[in-house]
Design a protein around this ligand. Sequence first.
Ligand SMILES: Nc1ncnc2c1ncn2[C@@H]1O[C@H](COP(=O)(O)OP(=O)(O)OP(=O)(O)O)[C@@H](O)[C@H]1O
Ligand SMILES: O=P(O)(O)OC[C@H]1O[C@H](OP(=O)(O)OP(=O)(O)O)[C@H](O)[C@@H]1O
Ligand SMILES: O=C(O)c1cccnc1
Ligand SMILES: [Mg+2]
Length: 492
Amino acid sequence: MAAKSNGQVSKVLDGPINPMVTPLLTDLYQFTMAYAYWKAGKHNERAVFDLYFRKNPFGGETKSISSENRCLLRVRMDSLIILEELTVLMLKFMLCKRDQLFSRRFPLLRVEGPIAVVQLLETPFLNLINYASLVATNAARHRFVAGESKMLLEFGLRRAQGPDGGIGASRYCYMGGFHATSNVAAGKLFGIPLRGTHSHAFVSSFMSPDEIIDKSLHSSDKRSTCEDFVSLAQTWLNKIQWSNSLNDTYDVMRSGIPNFCAVALALNDLGYKAAGIRLDSGDLAYLSSEARKIFCIIEKEFGVPGFGKMVITASNDLNEETLDALNKQGHEVDAFGIGTYVVTCYAQAALGCVFKLVEINNQPRIKLSEDVTKVSIPCKKRSYRLYGKEGYPLVDIMTGENEPPPKVGERILCRHPFNESKRAPRWSNRRSATIKDIRERCISQLAKMRPEPHEETKLNPTPYKVSVSAKLYDFIHSYGSMRHPWGCSESL
Ligand SMILES: Nc1ncnc2c1ncn2[C@@H]1O[C@H](COP(=O)(O)OP(=O)(O)OP(=O)(O)O)[C@@H](O)[C@H]1O
Ligand SMILES: O=P(O)(O)OC[C@H]1O[C@H](OP(=O)(O)OP(=O)(O)O)[C@H](O)[C@@H]1O
Ligand SMILES: O=C(O)c1cccnc1
Ligand SMILES: [Mg+2]
């Protein structure tokens, strides 16, 4: 891919760019353990680690509804996006389904190799995956609430966690389904489309139109020149203000909208098309609807085709709740500029992926805990996503490495890993599951999730199930109870 900047073609990076990602980007205790494995003569023992998260981010699938998080729970999003960041390490022994939607407990990654080496990788893997996945998931949730037809612009650089956070956030927001960013460095580095408007400072820097020195403007076809574009816009402003149809509405927004329309109409005279407006304060639902009315009246009254479709962008502390509230009220916004809430992941500060040893020298290992959510699923496993006839994912299932894979059209027993009473026979229909490709895969994976039909289920999203095969279930329970008689009736 290539992006143009100052007339020059620059290379756009799809791979890793962060010079901070070095072998030392790990916790000290990983080196302490690697050294101790070596001292114990164990460093070459073949280890298998699973990387997974235990709890869905952003309250996905939570059952209890409190007034504070009600809006978040309206969105069904019990999955998470894992990005391709990791392929940079090119580990032969790594299995990774790229750009997939994942559910809790489902291994995002299985890493197999000499224990001393794989141990060192715990921290960098978690560092690379946790933030990236959280931001991409957050972006996807915002897109989901905004609605597919809306344009989402990431405006968060000024609020992001430093330069690294800002560059990363722009990249992961794009992967999660945003359409563009205001971050010029991210645009240049990754080829993310750049978009932007202007700020209040620009307007308030002018005291009067007299400050405009060069008032002339060529027509778009360069065949003629308007010597006083400012006067042309002023003439339009007078026409707008004298128009009967606009008398009622123009003073809703006394200055910004009429002035914009006057300039847009003057530009139209010279063959240009104005891009649109940005609303950054006040009641965004109401103001966008009023602005749209004015644009439509102008289209009709002055015969300017397409004027009614002028792009309306809204910004200012937008998040899932405000987007949802705007949708409920009805609005005419085409594009949302979102900063703080998306890049800082305001609704959830971190994703809790963990990296756990599940096998060593072909012997299973389990992490036991009084807290059943912390019990790991032992063994080197294979994982599958089962799809129903309509093409929606039904359930994820983990089997032992040597079990035969599920077959299309054959029944398979899917068991809750720890709850004896939860079992569901399923028909299986197995499918294995550049920055633009990742984005498209994320969007298409999300589109495959079964839509939630009713408001009721949006408030109370149906959990996406992750199960184990009957054989793996029996193994976990016989193996686990040999080591610890844990009470596993609780739903995980
Ligand atoms: N119709 C609406 N429904 C729900 N939330 C809205 C609506 N319109 C605006 N908001 C949100 O309400 C908040 C308004 O915040 P605030 O009162 O600080 O802004 P403002 O006073 O309009 O703007 P500013 O002070 O920046 O000029 C923002 O988070 C905005 O996204
Ligand atoms: O989602 P957000 O974090 O709001 O990001 C976008 C905001 O950033 C800019 O203003 P800024 O916040 O710098 O100043 P203002 O809100 O006082 O206008 C812009 O005008 C938006 O309001
Ligand atoms: O281009 C904009 O409108 C913009 C960019 C960053 C932050 N706020 C607004
Ligand atoms: Mg602000």
